[in-house]
Write a protein that binds this ligand. Sequence first.
Ligand SMILES: [Zn+2]
Length: 473
Amino acid sequence: MLAKLTDKKKSEITLAKRTEKSVAERIEGTGLTGVYYARDNTRVYPYGDLACQLLGFTSYDASGSTGVEQYYNKYLAGKNGEILFETDLVGVDLEGATAAYLPATDGLNVRLTLDYRIQSLAEDVMRRALTEHSAKAARAVVLDPSDFSVLAMVNLPSYDLNEIPRNDLAALNALSRNSLVSDIYEPGSTFKIVTAAANIEERLRGNPAAFAENYVFSSARTRVVGGTTIRCWSDHKNGKHAGQTLAVALNNSCNPCFVDIALALGKEKFYDYLAAFRFGQTTGLDFSGESVGMLLPEGSVRDSDLARIGFGQTIAVSPIQLACAAASAVNGGYYYAPRIVDEIFSDDGSVREKTERALLGRTVSEEASAILSRMLEGVVRDGSGKKAYLEGYRVAGKTGTAQKYENGQIAQGKYVSSFVGYFPADRPKYLALVIIDEPQGAYYGSTVAAPCAKEIFEGIVKIKRLAPVGGVV
Ligand SMILES: [Zn+2]
């Protein structure tokens, strides 16, 4: 300190950063000449860890390091305050010179598409699930399929934005990741939505390779593809996976039926749909660090790979990719750019920029989408998605259970349980993707993840005071 203070080459030195206002006032009160302070902007997070990975945090100089803070930094940051001195050429203060203080101007503000009440609700539900299943992580994204605005994003465990663990980089990196956007996982059976959508659309277009709605798939448990045997997760012994149409195959989540579809459509056609659903690409979300997922290049896909992709293996996706793909499959076939920021406005309330719903492309026709949605409503009413059923609200969806891989090997006993659901089935307004990473004990998406989606939907019904179909609350 003394060395710094007596260094004659410096015209000013910084004694302390991020000092409380009261301390600054006390120092000013002492009347020490040559000692002054500059105002700094500090973020205060009244909601603590709410949506922390989505908001992101700023570095000490208040520029955005992660999340919305980073993506929209140029709007949020404002202009740094600075003190100007009249100095001589070597920077030594001139005797009697005056200092001018240019105060920091406040940055612009962003209004998020996030619904605070749905965010809190989803966080509560997922926090309980994290504890109940002693899971490694619990995640959920809720979006509006009619315009792809993000209503909630939950990544647990999390941290309090007011108490950022800046000194523990490993912990900070792990806790501050928005895994819903940056990380990938094998989707498993939720991916059958995409395979079914492709089949229905191709059938409507008159492709003879696609299966009709009343086609009955082979009841065998296995398919032999390119010399490898692919099995259903069920042993097919109780007769439930026999004589299945596409709708029943979705209810039962029967793997071989989706192997048949992927192989019948063929690599080229199937990859056209994967591209339309934006697998292997970003979704267009206004957020930094989005993963494109992992999709085998079309040129190197073997039949056995194609067969597995048909039921959600040999492919890895980000949760936001899966949620958006499902949303576009059931909203009439419209793929919009998902959005987190609704508008940018200044302190006087005037809107500087407004984000609009942006159509990126079509996935399927409205007719195919309606047929698929009816089938997915059946999955929740009669099939593996029963635990997400909510009387009177036409919930639809699909479960998923995937094994985890570590160093290219199946990690024994490690699963990802998921459920993607939405309501109402005929005009989807709320879609939730729930992911429980490494639940202990029960691990099927139908028993672990589907109940969380139901709780989220129940909460939304209360928050939005939604009346059931054909009745009053
Ligand atoms: Zn089966």
